[in-house]
Design a protein around this ligand. Structure first.
Ligand code: GAF
Length: 400
């Protein structure tokens, strides 16, 4: 990866010492959208786009953080009050550092140089990759041993509290726990997970619409509130429920009158999407890619019509994909309102598929479409040393 060498050199030039290099991948979600903050099920896979962090120790008890992609440098004195969010890229890193300290993990002074290569605004978790790369770098540089699930929670908490985005845990979790050639089926309540093999005969093809609608952040938090509203209404007659995860299809229909039309639609998506993840896992395990693809298609329709987080560009991209040979399934992926689609495509057809969909999309919209043909990769790690192309897992972080 190109990021590794250039970041090491730039770090040396800037801070005068040779850094350790860490990297955390983005993710694509195969199925299970908006279910994570409803205590439900998701099935993401880590993909080979990384946030790279070069890090080295400092003696002055400061954190100095800079990014290759953005001007300016952030300095935080560890013994003093934490700065307030600045509404910029640095919030993802500073938020993680603040959260680590808040949870009692004493940090050592460190310099960090960040290089993000996960496409921004594509729904591929560029934010989580910065958080996770920062977290493993800070933990390691401070000699802390923190298990990966705890780190995922710390990163999620940082995004919820410092950045102000009430995301679930899927993105941070998959960046830390991803496994090459597997999807990760996660129960977002118990945080138990299992790996489901992705057959060698298929590729995950990501098509980026190139649009990100402005309402994304605010609408995301609103969806979360609407789900919570549904739970509050249903809890009046179903006192045992804590989240939409606990509601069955039958219960939802029986008590539909208690819900506003909007809350009902949101709840219906979540209840059925959870079923689709569980059924989809079985289909994948049995190698039934066609069945899995049907669940993907249903998921897209539900996100479009019930959860209302799709947009014209995503719908078009899915329609264009469905016409192509070798496609098992196509749907929007991530939070929505723009970003990318995920397509499960026969490996032999993947390159041609990407080319044709991109061409047709550009013809219709005038927007150039980036496509990525992927297979799942391993989660975040320290890379052995600058200049080596093979990353080596580092066993200091438990759970590796
Ligand atoms: C975003 C969030 F960060 C995730 O937690 C998840 O809710 C996703 O949108 C939708 O499934 O990526």
């Amino acid at each position: 990866m190109s990021g590794q060498n250039s970041i090491a050199e730039e770090f040396c030039a800037k801070f005068g010492v040779k850094p350790h290099i860490y990297r955390a991948p983005g993710r694509v979600n195969l199925i299970g959208e908006h279910t994570d903050y409803n205590d439900g099920f998701v099935m993401p896979a880590a993909i080979g786009f990384y946030c790279w962090v070069a890090a080295g120790p400092r003696r002055d008890q400061k954190l100095v953080i800079s990014s290759e992609g953005f001007p300016g440098q952030i300095e935080v004195e560890l013994s003093k009050k934490w700065p307030r969010p600045s509404r910029s890229w640095s919030d993802y890193s500073v938020g993680v550092a603040a959260q680590l300290e808040k949870e009692g993990f004493g940090l050592s002074g460190a310099s960090l140089l960040i290089h993000g290569e996960v496409p921004i605004g594509a729904g591929l978790s560029s934010s989580a990759s910065i958080e996770v790369a920062t977290a493993i770098a800070l933990a390691e540089e401070s000699g802390l041993s923190i298990d990966r699930t705890r780190l995922a929670r710390i990163c999620q908490q940082a995004e919820n509290e410092f950045v102000g985005m009430r995301c679930g845990i899927m993105d941070q979790f998959s960046s830390l726990h991803g496994r090459a050639n597997h999807a990760l089926m996660l129960d977002c309540r118990s945080l138990q997970f299992e790996f489901v093999p992705i057959p060698e005969s298929v590729r995950l093809v990501i098509c980026n619409t190139g649009v990100k609608h402005k309402l994304a952040g605010g609408e995301y938090n609103r969806r979360r509130e609407e789900c919570e509203e549904a739970v509050r209404s249903l809890a009046k007659v179903l006192p045992g429920i804590r989240a939409l995860r606990d509601v069955s299809r039958e219960q939802l229909e029986e008590h539909r009158a208690l819900l506003s039309e909007v809350a009902y639609k949101r709840a219906k998506h979540i209840v059925k999407e959870n079923e689709r993840v569980l059924n989809g896992k079985e289909a994948l395990r049995q190698g039934d890619l066609r069945k899995f693809g049907e669940y993907m298609a249903q998921s897209h329709v539900s996100l479009r019509d019930l959860f209302e987080v799709s947009c014209a560009e995503l719908d078009l991209m899915v329609e264009l994909a469905k016409r192509e040979p070798g496609v098992y399934g196509a749907r929007m992926t991530g939070g929505g309102f723009g970003g990318a689609t995920i397509n499960l495509v026969d490996a032999r057809c993947a390159a041609g598929f990407a080319e044709k969909v991109a061409k047709a999309y550009q013809e219709k919209t005038g927007i150039a479409c980036a496509t990525y043909v992927c297979t799942p990769v391993d989660g975040a790690s320290r890379v052995e040393s600058a200049g080596l192309s093979q990353p080596k897992r580092h066993d200091r972080l438990r759970g590796l």
